[in-house]
Design a protein around this ligand. Structure first.
Ligand code: PLP
Length: 274
């Protein structure tokens, strides 16, 4: 059974909701630092309120349709299907969204929430830069300040995305400590956030971090799976045997799988970098 507004393209299955302590079995949890815990509680209360608010739901629907370009199509990859010689392969074309990835789905939700909480700035980490670009875009759209922390190694590797973030008005904070990559960027961003809790909101880039982020990001990304399920049914008259997604932090995978949790015969597969 899916919960919450499935008719608007969102909804998380009961089986993937955390308990009151933000735990998913032995994983997850809430933050221990008292000031941060207060900030997380503020975000959690705000999140639970907006997803029941008709104005918020209507605004997200409007932005998804007229700004992001949703629904993104599904595409039958006929040459790849032939090349692989087995399964009929379809792509859910999240790359056709504005900014070129699924990240814009949760960024719009996070920035709208930050506004509702009376914040003037969003802070985040980015690795490949795709979350940073999407967040900078959502922040520019809604007139919010945006600060992106990025490891120096990633800045070098992903410089086209760094230029895009700068053009969108984001302030890029290079992080040189440790390996100079995503893990250090997360620490640096959280440190800044701790000093600006009244005016800023942390806008995390995937289905990870302390509660309520994994649930919140999953919720905003669930539109991918709900759309894909109905598009696949319309196009082929049946459900897929498998849905497959790549995993960094897990946001596109959980978004896609969210549409198929009640479909026991649809196998869910994730691929990680080895
Ligand atoms: C285009 C794209 N797809 C997938 C991912 C993986 O992230 P996630 O597992 O949160 O979907 C990233 C990460 O930056 C990305 O940029």
């Amino acid at each position: 059974m899916t919960t919450q507004n499935t008719t608007t393209g969102y909804g998380l299955h009961q089986s993937i909701l955390p308990n009151d302590d933000g735990l998913y079995g032995e994983f997850g949890g809430k933050i221990g630092h008292p000031e941060l815990a207060k900030a997380m509680a503020e975000i959690e209360v705000g999140f639970r309120e907006i997803i029941k608010n008709d104005d918020f739901i209507a605004e997200m629907k409007r932005l998804r349709e007229t700004y992001v370009g949703r629904p993104s199509p599904i595409y039958h990859a006929q040459r790849l299907t032939k090349h692989c010689g087995g399964a009929q392969i379809y792509f859910k074309r999240e790359d056709l969204n504005h900014t070129g990835a699924h990240k814009i789905n949760h960024c719009l939700g996070e920035v709208l929430l930050a506004k509702k909480l009376g914040k003037t700035k969003v802070i985040a980490e980015t690795g490949a830069g795709q979350h940073g670009v999407a967040l900078a875009t959502a922040a520019a759209l809604m007139g919010m300040e945006c600060e992106i922390h990025m490891g120096v190694v990633d800045i070098k590797k992903e410089h086209p995305n760094v230029s895009r973030m700068k053009i969108l008005g984001a302030n890029i904070v290079p992080v040189s400590r440790g390996a100079g990559t995503l893990k250090e960027a997360v620490d640096s961003a959280f440190e800044t956030y701790l000093n600006e809790l009244d005016t800023s909101m942390f806008a995390i880039g995937s289905a990870l971090g302390p509660a309520p982020y994994p649930e919140m990001v999953s919720y905003f990304q669930s539109v991918v799976g709900h759309e894909a399920r109905s598009q696949f049914l319309t196009t082929t008259g049946k459900l897929p045997n498998k849905v497959v997604a790549c995993i960094g932090g897990g946001s596109n995978a959980i978004g896609m799988f969210s549409g198929f949790f009640d479909d026991k015969n649809v196998e869910k597969r994730r691929g990680t970098r080895r």
